[in-house]
Design a binder for this molecule. Structure first.
Ligand code: GLA
Length: 384
């Protein structure tokens, strides 16, 4: 057992949120625009600096500790030369990515806990990455701009963990604004905070389902999109990504694509159009319109991108029939996980109770349903 007495007096405390995505799913790695928000579920990371060439990390929720020498980061081994457990790849990946950029690593002893459901589409991993990036930035005196920190974390996820994700999760975690959805353009890297319509809340429902091999299914989707771009380049030589493809060109050329790539590409180009429409709804405080685009987005993830599950579809269908619900959809990569629901504030409590019980009656399963607030991005709460 690891003693955690030192946590009380730890000189550093970093807090880093999860995120929910309202719309713009599987578009970030196609250079599209996304609409996420950081949420009030977070990682709390406590740390003290060590004058050593290693890092020691405890996952409080698992009761596990690893010690990793800087020289072993490359090999993904702990100090006893044992392969790192999966959870440790995220913090180790951040340290490894820092090494790739010749950033000075400082030793530390750290412990973290999280109340973000794991592997549920709420970016529990990005929250861990950004927390450790902020910690190392502070200890190493890097003073990196936030965007660079977010990219460092993405590099850790892409190259160390091996998930070829876009920048949305780390960005939302680093840049969240209370009460607002971030309209983040993953191509220009511009971001604008758009307040949620008045009188609505975000409610998250976690099916508790986690599909194994989700990471490879995710990477496969990304490959399908790359294949679509490669094929479409024959007709449109300047095409860099699906971001460059108009709806008209897609409909005109879709029959030239292999069937699966055509389905994936159609989701992406139509989802990008939905994001524009949803942005107008946010600008006009139009919760009804926003909810409709969310529902359309879900159908597309289910039928074209094929990342939903029957249980998630059931949660969405039940939610749509409940009073005060403007819209519901799968959030995050899919293959299990959570739905996000846009619900009238005065109906939230009844909505949560009804969704739980109706889903239980229909599937025999117990979802975790909770309201969440769009929240601020990661920060250092204490530094002595
Ligand atoms: C995961 C990835 C993101 C994004 C979403 C799907 O959360 O980490 O980059 O691609 O899936 O929108």
């Amino acid at each position: 057992m690891t003693s955690t007495d030192w946590l009380e007096t730890a000189p550093l405390h970093v807090r880093s949120p999860g995120r929910v995505n309202l719309l713009g799913e599987h578009v970030d790695y196609n250079q599209g625009v996304v609409l996420p928000a950081a949420i009030d579920r977070q990682v709390d990371l406590f740390a003290l600096p060590l004058d050593k060439r290693h890092i020691e990390i405890t996952a409080l929720d698992l009761g596990e500790t690893v010690k990793i020498a800087f020289t072993d980061l490359d090999q993904k081994l702990d100090h006893q030369q044992i392969p790192l457990p999966t959870w440790a790849l995220y913090p180790a990946g951040v340290a490894w990515a820092a090494q790739q950029h010749d950033l000075r690593l400082h030793g530390f002893k750290a412990a973290f806990r999280s109340n973000i459901p794991i592997a549920a589409g709420l970016s529990s991993s990005a929250a861990v990455e950004v927390a450790f990036a902020l910690l190392s930035d502070s200890l190493g005196g890097w003073a990196l701009p936030r965007l660079d920190l977010a990219r460092l974390c993405q590099q850790a996820e892409n190259e160390y963990v091996g998930v070829h994700s876009g920048l949305m999760d780390q960005f939302a975690c680093a840049f969240g604004v209370p009460g607002s959805i971030l309209r983040f353009d993953t191509r220009s890297l511009e971001c604008r905070a758009l307040p949620l319509p008045p009188g609505v809340e975000l409610v998250i429902a976690d099916t508790g389902l986690r599909r194994s091999l989700a990471n490879s299914a995710y990477n496969d989707r990304r490959e399908d999109c790359a294949q679509a771009v490669a094929e479409l380049k024959r007709a449109i030589p300047g095409l860099q990504s699906l971001r460059d493809l108009s709806l008209e060109d897609f409909y005109r050329l879709q029959n030239t694509l292999p069937e699966r790539s055509a389905l994936r590409a159609r989701h992406v180009v139509e989802e990008m159009a939905r994001v524009e429409a949803a942005t107008d709804c946010l600008l006009n405080g139009d919760a009804v319109g926003l909810g409709e685009w969310m529902v359309a987005g879900h159908a597309s993830l289910r039928d074209l991108y094929q990342v939903s599950l029957p249980e998630i579809d059931a949660l969405v269908e039940i939610a749509r029939g409940l009073p005060g619900c403007y819209g519901a959809r799968l959030t995050g990569a899919g293959f299990g996980g959570c739905t996000v629901n846009l619900v009238q504030t005065r109906h939230v409590d009844r909505f949560i109770a009804a969704l739980q019980s109706d889903y239980h009656v229909k599937t025999g399963r117990e979802p975790q349903v909770f309201a969440c607030k769009a929240s601020k991005g990661a920060s250092i709460l204490k530094k002595n």
